[in-house]
Design a protein around this ligand. Structure first.
Ligand code: AN7
Length: 412
């Protein structure tokens, strides 16, 4: 029932024993992935039966997450709602639109899916501390899961460039936090230079076990929607999540479970779009961006570590990419909240903004069914800039001074 697993290099195919702590191919230096062998010979109907007996969430799918299984660290991640959004479908100009609300995870973002698996693996490794670089959500999530697992955690964040809510969470859950006078890319570079430490376990998304947790989003879509002919729109920063979701779909296809073929759409902010630019220009390699800029701080990333996996996700699924402006992101954030009651942070709104933009550009069929991945909750980033142009009134503390305002609002 449980398939064999190896760590496999996406470049040269080198196979490594899956219990080794290693973040890139020792032979060629390329990215590693956890490879489930012979999936096509697994009894998929038996698998489905087991899944059905468990609540929806990351661990429902534990047969396809090849850990030792002695102990799972969990805060009940995954199992997030999938909303069917008629008003947003009209707003964006497509036939059908769903929002997968990852903000409902324990620390408020999709990172928890990968972190529960990553921290479980970190415990298995016997190392004493976990470490990551982060634009804020990874650090919040890692800090919480390290607390749950009883491990030390160390976080490197770009100083002054992460949302207040995320800084608060990271500190509150107890990570030792180091503010780097530089960018996220600088911080990640620093973390990677510590890769040979025998005390530290790195939990950025170059760690293939993070991807193993995050791929369960695809499994959940299969369980929640049943069919597979949809466009999945994902905000792209370090290129981990889009790669993970496509890995999940690929495995379902290999298992013979998925009817239809999902298409991946990767959305970046205009000022931080090295991945989208690579694809739009037809380049084969990514050209890093020195000074990425966007209001969506979570995806303010100039040198996405997982771009090769993401390129595969877009190409193999027949998908594409989109670039959206900060204002388009803010508009999408407001539409999600005010039309459907779904509060997301700016980076999360990029997925919806990208769908609207592609429809306007004639690159996405209006007849499409779309799933927008909303990666994190609105409470992460309580930000005056994001409220610009939204008014509220102040009155004296008596009802007579409020009445004219209320009458004004109630006017047909
Ligand atoms: C809300 O937390 O990179 O393409 O350090 O927080 O997998 O990087 C966050 C990324 C999308 C992009 N939406 O995902 C970090 C970090 C939100 C995010 C992304 C992030 P990847």
């Amino acid at each position: 029932m449980i398939p064999e697993a190896t760590l496999s290099c996406i470049g040269c195919g080198n196979k490594i024993e899956h219990d080794r702590v290693v973040y890139s191919c020792p032979r060629c230096g390329d990215l590693l992935e956890v490879k489930l062998e012979n999936l096509s010979s697994v009894d998929a109907s038996l698998l489905k039966e087991r899944w059905r007996s468990r609540p929806i969430g990351v661990w429902r799918y534990r047969e396809l997450i090849p850990l030792r299984g002695e102990r799972y660290i969990t805060l009940h991640e995954g199992g997030t709602p999938l909303y069917r959004c008629g008003k947003l479908a009209r707003w964006a100009g497509v036939k059908e639109l769903y929002v997968k609300f990852e903000g409902a995870n324990p620390t408020g973002s999709f990172k928890d899916r990968g972190m529960c698996v990553g921290i479980t693996k970190a415990l298995e490794s016997g190392r004493q501390a976990v470490i990551c670089a982060s634009t804020g959500n990874t650090s919040s999530s890692m800090s919480a899961y390290a607390a749950a697992a009883g491990m030390k955690s160390i976080v490197l964040i770009p100083r002054g460039r992460i949302a207040l809510g995320k800084l608060f969470q990271t500190l509150l859950y107890g990570a030792r936090t180091i503010a780097v006078k530089g960018s996220f890319d600088d911080a990640l570079n620093m973390v990677m230079q510590l890769r040979d430490s025998k005390d530290l376990y790195i939990l950025n998304s170059i760690n293939p076990w993070r991807i193993e947790g995050q791929k369960t989003l695809a499994y959940e879509l299969y369980d929640q929607l049943g069919m597979g002919d949809y466009v999945v729109s994902v905000p792209v920063g370090n290129c981990g999540n889009i790669s993970a979701i496509w890995k999940g779909f690929s495995e379902l296809i290999e298992l013979g479970l998925l009817n239809g073929s999902p298409t991946m759409l990767g959305v970046q902010a205009e000022g931080a779009s090295p991945f989208a630019d690579m694809i739009l220009k037809g380049h084969e390699t990514l050209k890093p961006l020195e000074e990425p800029r966007t209001i969506a701080t979570a995806i303010r990333i100039g040198k996405p570590a997982n771009w090769k996996k993401a390129l595969r996700a877009v190409r193999d699924s027949g998908g594409t990419v989109a670039k959206v402006s900060d204002w388009e992101i803010v508009e999408a954030q407001r539409a999600l909240a005010s039309l459907e009651g779904i509060g997301v942070e700016p980076a999360s709104a990029a997925s919806l903004a990208g769908v609207k933009k592609l429809v306007e550009e004639g690159r996405l069929d209006r007849d499409s069914t779309v799933v927008c991945i909303s990666t994190g909750t609105a409470l992460k980033d309580p930000n005056e800039e994001l409220l610009r142009g939204i008014e509220f009134s102040e009155v004296e503390p008596n009802v007579d001074s409020a009445k004219p305002l209320i009458e004004e609002i109630l006017k047909p």
